[in-house]
Structure formats: structure tokens, C-alpha cells
Write a protein that binds this ligand. Structure first.
Ligand SMILES: Cc1ncc(COP(=O)(O)O)c(C=O)c1O
Length: 400
């Protein structure tokens, strides 16, 4: 028997019962009702990007792409950039590095502007690169770099990219649906996200919100058959269908997830819940003595990286496995610089779930004999108050 666990990860995420239940029927991929669902999903996604208003009617299109989020990014990178094009990738974490890597796999001339993982990409550095380097046709950046949770200033960077006359690609995988975003105001040509992030669907496909004109330019540029973004779009326009077998169940679940997003008050309502999750997490983790990797002003409410405590008994693998046994899934780190683990605050979670996770951590740390705050307290000379705070676990009948 498998038990349901709560996912405090960057995705796949915890989903609602109704989202899971929406998958309990089969749908014909060419059936009228299913095609209506697909059409509605595409329209709702364009509206979420702020591009359904009369000012922007018809300016942006939504292309759904089978596979995980990376497939959707690769469909943009391998379809949008012409043979003689050059891509500038703005890198401050693993997902930026991945875009540079995929461009190189496709033989695309690529440059990077790199920032440390705990720094935002600076629009000035991007402008300097455009001034110093010839021939850049496209620029790509990650909105929320899920490696750390840092949020890059995509609006300011968009203005720089537009001034340079380049095409702007934004990976908003872990932010779309939770951090308010206006495609046109940020000058975005291609935005990519996926079903199993902040819209709270299940994995199975990603989506691209693209300017219509940029999609038309992409005709004939694709370097692969299955990830050809223009051809995929043309399929939706001509008969409303996916070119190849769609993840029907995931699409049914996603439609339900979009209704739930609307019922929660849209992006504003969702971000309020995620922000409350993050606030609860940060105060609880500070109580437990964990140290966040980013400076407080750089935190987002999406995901947070915490340093391993300097304690000889702390082994992340054990910590992780014990939490999993109690029904809580956290996430290993992806940082190059420091050993960290990550805790996501997105998905169908609310502050009581965060409190339950914190209680489980307290218990597990107690069982492992780790009191992560002790060292910091010694340094601050406040062992007495620490002793009160770190009576962690040991027989504590936490409910999870
Ligand atoms: C910012 C960002 N880009 C890309 C990806 C890759 O998405 P996937 O794992 O669905 O391929 C992720 C996954 O978390 C992400 O957070």
C-alpha cells in the first residue's frame, strides 16, 4: 500500500483531490468535447499572461507541448532561432545552464552572462554584453531560478533586450500562475511553463505563450520533428489537435486546475496562499536553527534553499528518508557552491501543512541527535534560550 505524501518540491507538486479525480475518465484525443477542453486551456493560459485584453487581442498564442517543461523549452530553443542566429543565455543557476547546454546540443552559437547563484541577473550587465558583442539575435532568462528561488528582474531585462532588437525568451516554469506577469509589458516573445507547477496540474506537458509574429517566423527553422513549435501551433490552428498523442488525462486534470486557480482569486489569490506558506516556513526554519542560502531580500515564496547545518550527525540522505517515511517530501539542492536542500512552498499546500512539515523535521532532527541551532546560539552566546528551543523531537508525539 502506498500512502499519499505531501510534496514540498519544485514539482511535481501536491494536487487537489478534484484535480486527481478529473483523470478518472478516458478521453478521445480527437473527440469534440476533448478538443473544446484543449481550446479552453489555451485561451485561459493566454489570459493568465495578461494577453487577452482588447489591447492585446490576437497578439499572443498558446502552444501546448507534450513532455516535461524541459521539452517545451527545447521546442522554443530549437525552433525559434535561425541557423545564423546567436543566443545569449543569462545564467544564475542550474536551469539557465541547462538552456545554454541545450542550445549547444543543437549547434546554436551561444554566449552567456553569468552571475553567482545568490545574485539576480543585472539588466546593466545584459546591456553591456549587447553593446560589446555582435550578432546576438535571441536572449533567454529564467524568471524564478528554482535552484535557489531567486527571481530575476524580467521586466527590466526585457526592456534591454527590446532596445537591442533581440527576441526575448523567458523560462517561467516555476513562477507562472503565482507571480503576476504581463507578457506584453515585460516585452516577452516566448514564455515557457509547465502543467505541474503553480497552476497545480499533474505532469505530462508544458506550454509556450508566444507572440504570433514570432511563431510565424519559426516556420521551417525547427531542428527536430516532434518539438517543432511552429508545426505544433499550426496543428492547433488548423484542427485544434495535438500532432501526436496528447497526455489526455493530464489535460483533463489541468482544466480542473485552471478552474481552481480562478476560484482561488487567480494569480493574486494563489500568490497570497504561497506567500503565507513561505512566511510560516521561514519563521519555523529559523526556530529550528536552519540558515537560508539567499539574503532575506532575495527570497521568493516559491522555493527556498537551506544550508546543511554544521553538525556531524546531519546527513541529508537520512534526514530526507526519515521525512519521507513520515509523509513529507523535500528536495535535494542543485547549487554548485554549497551543500543545501530545498523546500518548496507551492502546490496544494497551506500553512497548516507547513506547520506539519516543521513538526516532522523537529521530530526527525531529534531522532538523529541533531540540533542545528546550537552552533549559531553558541556563537551568539545565548545557549540558555537555545536549550529551550532545541528540545527537538525526542518522544514528541507529532501527528505526522
Ligand atoms: C525554472 C525551471 N526551468 C526548467 C525546469 C525543468 O522542468 P522539467 O523538470 O519539468 O523538465 C524546472 C523544473 O523545476 C524549473 O524550475
Amino acid at each position: 500500500m502506498t500512502t499519499t505524501k505531501l510534496l514540498f518540491t519544485p514539482g511535481p507538486l501536491t494536487t487537489s483531490a478534484a484535480v486527481k479525480a478529473a483523470m478518472l475518465r478516458d478521453a478521445g484525443s480527437r473527440d469534440r468535447d476533448f478538443l473544446q477542453t484543449v481550446r479552453e486551456i489555451r485561451e485561459r493560459l493566454v489570459a493568465l499572461g495578461g494577453a487577452a485584453s482588447p489591447n492585446h487581442a490576437g497578439e499572443y498564442e498558446c502552444v501546448l507541448m507534450q513532455g516535461s517543461g524541459t521539452f517545451a523549452i527545447e521546442s522554443v530553443i530549437s525552433s525559434a532561432i535561425p541557423r545564423e542566429g546567436k543566443l545569449l543565455v543569462l545564467v544564475n543557476g542550474a536551469y539557465g545552464r541547462r538552456i545554454a547546454q541545450m542550445a549547444r546540443v543543437h549547434g546554436i552559437e551561444t554566449e552567456t552572462v553569468e552571475a553567482p547563484e545568490n545574485h539576480k541577473i543585472s539588466p546593466e550587465a545584459v546591456a553591456e554584453r549587447f553593446a560589446a558583442s555582435r550578432g546576438i539575435t535571441h536572449a533567454a532568462v529564467i524568471h524564478c531560478e528554482t535552484t535557489t528561488g531567486i527571481v530575476n528582474p524580467i521586466e527590466e531585462i526585457g526592456a534591454v533586450v527590446e532596445r537591442a532588437g533581440a527576441v526575448y525568451i523567458v523560462d517561467a516554469m516555476s513562477s507562472f500562475g503565482a507571480i503576476p506577469l504581463d507578457l506584453a509589458a515585460a516585452r516577452i516573445d516566448f514564455l515557457i511553463s509547465s502543467a505541474n507547477k503553480c497552476i497545480e496540474g499533474v505532469p505530462g506537458f508544458g506550454f509556450v505563450l508566444a507572440r504570433r509574429g514570432r511563431l510565424l517566423e519559426a516556420k521551417g527553422r525547427a531542428r527536430t520533428l516532434s518539438l517543432d513549435l511552429h508545426a505544433q501551433w499550426a496543428g492547433f490552428v488548423s484542427d485544434g489537435q495535438f500532432r501526436f498523442t496528447p497526455p489526455t488525462h493530464a489535460l483533463l486534470a489541468f482544466h480542473q486546475a485552471l478552474l481552481e486557480l480562478e476560484a482561488e482569486g487567480g494569480v493574486a489569490g494563489r500568490s497570497a496562499r504561497y506567500r503565507a506558506n513561505h512566511t510560516a516556513l521561514m519563521s519555523g526554519m529559523a526556530e529550528l536553527g536552519f540558515d537560508a542560502y539567499l539574503a532575506p531580500e532575495d527570497h521568493s515564496f516559491i522555493i527556498t534553499a537551506f544550508r546543511y547545518p554544521e553538525h556531524s550527525r546531519f546527513l541529508f540522505e537520512e534526514f530526507n528518508a526519515r521525512l519521507s517515511q513520515l509523509g513529507f517530501i523535500i528536495y535535494p539542492g542543485k547549487l554548485t557552491a554549497e551543500p543545501c536542500f530545498r523546500i518548496g512552498t507551492i502546490g496544494r499546500l497551506s500553512p497548516p501543512d507547513i506547520e506539519a512539515l516543521l513538526a516532522a523535521m523537529r521530530r526527525v532532527l531529534g531522532e538523529m541527535g541533531v540540533a542545528p541551532g546550537v552552533r549559531a546560539a553558541l556563537e551568539r552566546g545565548s545557549l540558555d534560550s537555545m536549550a529551550r528551543r532545541t528540545t527537538i523531537g525526542a518522544g514528541n508525539p507529532d501527528k505526522h
